[in-house]
Write a protein that binds this ligand. Structure first.
Ligand code: PRP
Ligand code: URA
Length: 207
């Protein structure tokens, strides 16, 4: 399946704001949501449509409505920073939450919470997390969603390391990965470089 790096001047500009160590929490949050919104336009390009008849002030005509029902599932915490931007474009989507953090020593994912819409199996899920580093957290979340019967998943992140992309594609080859940037790699602590640092801490101002 595909890895799609979404190239757009507005995303480039806003990514620069996110990368800069001088960007404050408020601007970081705003730019993150704006990028998520711009990415959603591209990531929803292949949604299925139903054909309906609509009456305009002049005549009846054929028109289209969304057939796919969507759910947005952020990986806590940092994924929360993308939800509002996506909801701006697909306000009828339901929102589930999956809590997974990365053990700082082992870099292994640690599960702590999940709450999903009851009809999640019939929805197309946009799983979101700004950072795809080793890939452990995203793989864990996709495994979990598949165990709940979810079949149609796309993964959306802002910055992806080649290592995480390779691991995710190997484990879940049918899940498309939409990313704003493919960075150079991971450092010795498992951080993406050049990256943007610890995304959760930067969104919530916790460090
Ligand atoms: C970050 C990020 C991803 C994960 C990526 O979360 O938001 O969930 O690390 O790393 P991986 O690909 O190696 O698994 P973190 O563990 O810092 O938790 P937080 O969002 O609560 O800050
Ligand atoms: N999580 C982050 O927030 N940043 C990284 O670079 C890697 C994992």
């Amino acid at each position: 399946m595909a890895v799609i790096e979404i190239n757009h001047p507005l995303i480039e500009h806003k990514m620069t704001m996110l990368r800069s160590v001088d960007t404050d929490t408020k601007s970081f949050r705003e730019n993150l949501n704006e990028i998520a919104k711009l990415m959603t336009y591209e990531a929803t390009k292949n949604l299925k449509l139903d054909t309906i008849e609509v009456t305009t002030p002049l005549m009846k005509t054929q028109a289209y409505t969304l057939q796919d029902k969507l759910a947005i599932v952020p990986i806590l915490r940092a994924g929360l920073g993308m939800v509002d931007g996506i909801l701006d474009l697909v306000p009828t989507a339901k929102v589930g939450h999956i809590g997974v953090y990365r053990n700082e020593e082992t870099l292994e994912p640690v599960y702590y919470y999940c709450k999903l819409p009851t009809d999640i199996q019939s929805r197309k899920v946009i799983l979101v997390d700004p950072m795809l580093a080793t890939g452990g957290s995203a793989i864990y979340a996709i495994d979990y969603l598949k165990e709940q019967g979810v079949e149609d998943i796309i993964f959306m992140c802002l910055v992806a390391a080649p290592e995480g992309i390779a691991k995710l594609l190997n484990k879940h080859p049918h899940v498309p990965i939409y990313t704003a940037k493919i960075d150079q790699g991971l450092n010795e602590n498992g951080y993406i470089y050049p990256g943007l640092g610890d995304c959760g801490d930067r969104i919530f101002g916790t460090k």
